[in-house]
Design a protein around this ligand. Structure first.
Ligand code: PLP
Length: 363
């Protein structure tokens, strides 16, 4: 018998309710997918209109082989060199390309506990490294930077998801810079999927000074492009040219390349979405507090919190039966029992329905 391949656990149970055969997409309007961290808002109207205008041609045409135009726009918009940018079909594909190049079986890799589950999977099941869990304090979920630096010196690579998922906490750029510069022999992989919800914290520009730094930039969540699959890495030009050898042609489709360019060129639209997201997050947090949830203060488009009495598994199941999906976060740390949950910010009416369903179930 062949063993089932191991995979990281993700949110996304909501797709089961819509139907993974994709034959009943009208169900999407009835299902609340707060178990994944996709944007609650639509992509920029510029993205929609340029894709709609050229749709048949975009679908049938081979894209620029290595996304040269998109790379230029990323470089221009983010103030970095195009030669430091490696594109991929979402950062997931880039992680699976890069990790086997960075670590060998048995190498020690530090990952925050809790953090995005794919990294533990990559270290343990893909490259056969030794996972070193850096336990974040349960009170604040903020790392102590001095002990991070001390631990970082004893490992081959450190992975920091910043802001972190599931916690919604950010490590300030100055602290991150100090850690990266204090440990020049250690590789730092910084995943900035949610960084644009916080002003001025990205470390992309620091790549020009620090050879030990790799920044992972998903365009899925903040830009609302999850379905298009676009992401990039920012790292030393040497590393990028080495990895380009391993990167397949047309790794980002034409819809993705055009959608990403239009999104990057519409900063004003996304700035307005951040303001609204903060407002909606405040409403979600107040509603959760009234239901007895203890939220961890978040800087992102999701809220992590605990039900002190436990019962999250039952709550998640009860909500799913009502087409409302939230994430049971208890499998993200061996220290968790049945008390931690993570909920994505959604539009106002969806949050009202979600909180109403939670109230019924917790009563
Ligand atoms: C922290 C984090 N990193 C990376 C990813 C992967 O994103 P993508 O492959 O869509 O770029 C996700 C997706 O949920 C994420 O939450």
């Amino acid at each position: 018998m062949i063993d089932k391949p191991k995979k990281a656990f993700h949110g996304g149970a909501f797709f089961g309710a819509i139907g993974e055969s994709l034959r009943s997409l009208e169900r999407a309007d009835e299902v609340i997918s707060a178990d994944v961290l996709d944007a609650w808002y639509d992509p920029s109207p510029r993205v929609i209109s340029s894709l709609a205008e050229h749709l048949p041609w975009l679908i049938k045409t081979s894209p620029p082989t290595h996304g040269e135009g998109l790379r230029e726009v990323i470089a221009e918009q983010r103030g970095i060199r195009a030669e430091s940018v490696l594109l991929g079909a979402g950062t997931s594909s880039l992680m699976f390309l890069a990790f086997p190049q960075l670590i060998n079986p048995g190498d020690r890799v530090l990952v925050f506990d809790p953090s995005y589950g794919e990294y533990a999977h990559l270290v343990e099941n893909v490259v056969g490294g030794e996972l070193v869990r850096f336990e974040l304090p349960l009170a604040s979920f903020d790392p102590d930077i001095e002990s991070l630096i001390e631990s970082a010196q004893k490992v081959k690579m450190v992975v920091v998801v910043n802001p972190n998922s599931p916690t919604g906490r950010v490590v300030a750029r100055g602290d991150m810079e100090r850690a990266v510069k204090s440990c020049p022999e250690t590789i730092f992989w910084v995943d900035e999927t949610y960084i644009d919800f916080v002003a001025h914290q990205s470390m992309e520009k620091l790549v020009a000074e620090c050879d030990n730094l790799i920044i992972s930039k998903s365009m899925s969540k903040f830009y609302g492009l999850s379905g298009l699959r676009v992401g990039y890495l920012v790292t030393s030009t040497n590393r990028v040219s080495e990895w380009e050898r391993l990167s397949p042609p047309w790794s980002v489709g034409l819809l993705g390349q055009l959608g990403a360019i239009e999104a990057l060129l519409d900063g004003e639209y996304y700035k307005a979405q951040v303001t609204e997201t903060m407002q909606l997050r405040g409403e979600l947090v107040s509603g959760l507090v009234q239901l007895g949830v203890e939220p961890v203060p978040s800087v992102t488009n999701y809220v992590f919190g605990s039900l002190p009495e436990g019962g999250v598994a039952d709550l998640v199941a009860g909500l799913a039966a009502r087409d409302v999906f939230i994430r049971d976060a208890n499998n993200l740390s061996p220290r968790f029992g049945d008390e931690w949950l993570r909920i994505a910010v959604k539009d106002g009416p969806s949050q009202t329905r979600l909180l109403g369903a939670m109230k019924e179930l917790l009563a």
